[in-house]
Each structure stands twice: as C-alpha cells, then as structure tokens.
Design a protein around this ligand. Structure first.
Ligand SMILES: Cc1ncc(COP(=O)(O)O)c(C=O)c1O
Length: 381
C-alpha cells in the first residue's frame, strides 16, 4: 500500500450485513451495487455479497451491469435506469434483467429482442407513489398489454415486478403499505393477462430492516449492506460499517500565535501551536463545507481541522505539544465509529446531508484496500 489516502473496505462487514438483512427481512437479498457499490468498489462488494448469500445484484445503469458481467459475475443482475441511448442490445446479449419504466422503454427493449431473435429478461418497475422512475399509472395498462403480447411471442420474459418506496425510512407511514398494495394489484393485472412475474421486490434498506411484511420474494438493500443505518433514530440494527477512510499526515509545522492557516487565513492560531497537513481534500470527497468542523483521529486522539479544506489537503491543529503525532502517522477521517471515532454520518450531520452522499462521494484517488472476505477472497481492488 503506497497511497497517502486509502479507503479500507472490510468485506467481512459486507458479509455480516448481508446476514443481518436476510435474517431480519426473512427474504433473499438483491444487493444494490450501483454507483460503484456506494463508493466501496462494485466488483469486490458484489463477490463478497454473493459469497455471503445474496442471490442477485442490482444497479442503475446498463454499463454498470455489463462491467459486472465482464468481470465474470454470472449472478442475476437487474439494471433500472436507462437513458435515451441505453444499449439494450448489449443488455440482452449479456443476460441483464432490464427494468423498464415506460411503454417507450419497453418498446425499445422489445425491438432490440426481435432484432436479435432473442428473449429479453424484463422487470417492470411500477411507480406506486414515489413519482420518480417507474411506470406511471396512466401508462400502466399499455405497458401491461405490451408485456403480455411480447411475452406471448417470445420477445420478453417477464421475470419480476418492483417498486421503490418514497417513505421507507418512516416505517409506520401508511404510504408504505399503500405502495405495496398498488404493486400487488399491478402483479395481479399481469397474472390476469398471462404475463405473471415470477419475482416481486419492494423493500430498500429501511424497509428490509423494519417491515418484513413488505419483503415479498426479495429485499433490495443498498446502504445497509455497507453497514450504515438507514434510520439512525432506530439504532444501528447490528450493522457494521464497511469503509474506513485514512490519510497520511504528510507534514508537521510550528506556528506562532497570529499565524493564519490555508486559503484566506480563515483560522488564525490563537497561541503558538503545531499543525499537521493531512493528504485528503475536497477532490477526494471531503466536503469543503467541513472546513473548521472536521475532526480526525490520529493514534487514538481526536484533532480538529482548522482553516479551509483544499482540493488535496486539509490541516489539523495538533496543539502546542504536537499531540505525539509524527509525519507519516495516519489520520482516520471516518470509520466504524467504534471507540468514539469519526463517522461518515458525523460529516453528513455537520453539513446537512446523508451518509449515502458522503460514501458515494469518496473519490477514486483514495486507494481501495480490501480486507477480510474469507468467503470471497481479499486483495487490492
Ligand atoms: C430502485 C432502488 N432500489 C433500492 C435502492 C437501495 O436503497 P437503500 O440504499 O436506501 O437501501 C435504491 C437506491 O437508491 C434504488 O434506487
């Protein structure tokens, strides 16, 4: 490991979290590995999740699904977000399950299947109340009829029906059950037309952990796989965070009282002190809004960031005695939070966002280092 900035991914934590999800939901797990597995690395995470018993994978873009196939992953992969130029031909050729959200998308998939004289595997994604992607209510009867017809002539196999919850992180909200009822009705419509889906899935992480009654055949968790609680008010559900972000202390300097630090000298040393320069910045996904707020751990002690966070580096105040920190020591920017260490959620809370955005935002310059994963094989990704 040579990088001054590393994101260590604990594949045993991923495996543990798959177990927690499967047991709590009482259903099989479709592991959501879109956005490079929420920044954790799609391939190693996909392998670890499958080895731990997840039965399927899910991504947004077909390109993400194809990358999994190209790496030799032959598990069922569903892809659910398609632009106007989506490559349905390649998706069909590589046996990707194409989740369609409109009659226009379905027509394009059917065209591609007929052109190739192959059967496309299709999931129908129904908008049951999120009002984002998914088949809109007014498009539903057209889509259902098209699916039935295309299934009858062999252009598609209707493998699954899915929807996404708007308020999954509010477990008792009536919209959750209403969305499930609407999906059940849509599935019944398809069955009446002879195009019954084999598989149904609704639940994201929060629903998988709190609403087993919504689980149907599969749950479709993302953030919980990575060990981050989707409903912090309800605790951690026994999940273990998988990513620890660490950076080198590249320089240590003495400052005199009155010296300013970093761009525009937004922090002036109130007394003589020592500072440490940490090799992580906003290009690596450390939000600049954390300037003066971030706290990092070095050798078990917490030090506060001072001055502006820059593109590649940030500065911490080590205090007059230097805190025992030396150049080459490692600063933990966030990790499991055990022993009171900093977490991605601390960052998110400090700047008014969610830890999903923090972990997915960790840049590629942070070398991903994989540990654990006895069931999947560890190594550098
Ligand atoms: C369609 C779909 N299903 C499941 C998920 C996983 O959600 P979560 O990370 O909250 O479990 C996502 C992520 O946004 C999604 O878009």
């Amino acid at each position: 490991m040579t990088s001054a900035l590393t994101a260590t991914i604990d594949l045993d934590a991923i495996a543990h979290n798959v177990d927690v999800l499967r047991t709590t939901a009482g259903a099989d797990v479709l592991a959501v590995v879109k956005a490079d597995a929420y920044g954790h690395g799609a391939l190693p995470v996909a392998r670890a999740a499958l080895a731990a018993g997840a039965t399927e994978l899910g991504v947004a873009h077909i390109t993400e699904a194809l990358a999994l196939r190209q790496a030799g992953i032959d598990a069922h992969v569903t892809s659910w977000l398609h632009g106007a130029r989506a490559d349905f031909d390649s998706a069909i050729a590589h046996d990707i399950d194409i989740a369609v959200s409109s009659s226009r998308q379905l027509a394009a998939v059917i065209d591609a299947a007929r052109r190739r004289s192959e059967t496309a595997t299709v999931t129908v994604k129904v908008d049951t109340g999120l009002n984002r992607s998914g088949v809109a209510a007014e498009d539903w009867s057209d889509v259902a009829e098209m699916l039935a017809k295309a299934r009858a002539d062999g252009a598609v196999e209707v493998r699954a029906i899915m929807c996404h919850l708007a308020r999954g992180d509010e477990p008792d909200h009536p919209l959750n059950s209403l969305q499930a009822d609407r999906l059940d009705e849509a599935a019944a419509d398809l069955r009446r037309l002879g195009a019954g889906p084999e598989v149904m899935h609704i639940a994201n992480s929060p629903a998988a952990l709190t609403r087993p009654d919504l689980a149907r055949d599969l749950v479709r968790p993302g953030i919980a796989l990575y060990g981050r609680t989707p409903i912090p008010e309800l605790g951690d559900f026994g999940l273990v965070p998988a990513m620890t972000l660490e950076a080198d202390i590249v320089l240590i300097k003495e400052l005199a009282a009155g010296d300013g630090v970093s761009y525009n000298h937004t922090w002036i040393a109130p007394s003589d002190t020592r500072i440490g320069v940490v090799s992580a910045g906003y290009a690596d996904g450390v939000p600049r809004l954390l300037s003066g707020v971030i706290a990092v751990r070095v050798n078990g002690r917490t030090f506060r960031g001072v001055g502006r966070i820059c593109m590649d580096q940030l500065v911490i105040d080590l205090g007059a005695d230097g805190g025992g920190v030396r150049e080459g020591d490692r600063a933990e920017l966030f990790g499991t939070g055990r022993d009171g260490g900093p977490t991605a959620k601390d960052w998110a809370d400090a700047i008014g966002t969610i830890d999903y955005e923090i972990v997915t935002g960790i840049g590629r310059r942070a070398e991903r280092v994989y540990v654990g994963g006895g069931r999947a094989g560890a190594g550098h990704g």
